[in-house]
Design a protein around this ligand. Sequence first.
Ligand code: VGL
Ligand code: ZN
Length: 198
Amino acid sequence: MTLLITPKDALIIVDMQVDFLPGGTLPVENGDHIIPPINALTQRLPFSTIIATQDWHPHDHVSFEASGGPWPPHCIAGTPGANLSPDLDQTRINCLIRKGLERGRDSYSAFVDNDQVTETGLTGFLRGLKTERLFFCGLAYDFCVSHTALDARWLGFESYVIDDATRAISSDSYPTRHRLTQAGVHLTRSRDLITLPD
Ligand code: VGL
Ligand code: ZN
């Protein structure tokens, strides 16, 4: 099913950072393969709101193995690994949201920390622009992309994950896909997003 994208729609590019790409400290397999489709989305479609998120952790963050967490150190604030990929076209990105800044709390969602209390401000930003539909892409499908899309749905936004513009850490995406569709998050593909010729 094709979807006509208008300037009222927003694109949210999740965590396209050096550490999550091949060669980084927490690389998502083939994460670099989604850079051309994401660039095509921002270049081809008339979104007026394009948000990029960044995981942005202190060096002793609770999610790191040295602190008893599940992950190798990644996206340490201000380091090159926390930068957005140099291959990502940032020309039309008008908002950057950073998350996971507090040592003792992680944040998979770009809306609210894992404590479900601390907000990033993204909700107010989008509501202020009267945005209704949100389209999600980036890394990683089974963590930050899905948590962000689920929160968006819960907050009342119509939410779409762009399947060919995301990649998962786990090789089995079925549980993530199931959780998303059960919650009413739609799955779509780049080629189904269209615009009117001008
Ligand atoms: C992420 C694991 C740890 C993500 C962030 O962006 O999906 N995953 N921190
Ligand atoms: Zn992280």
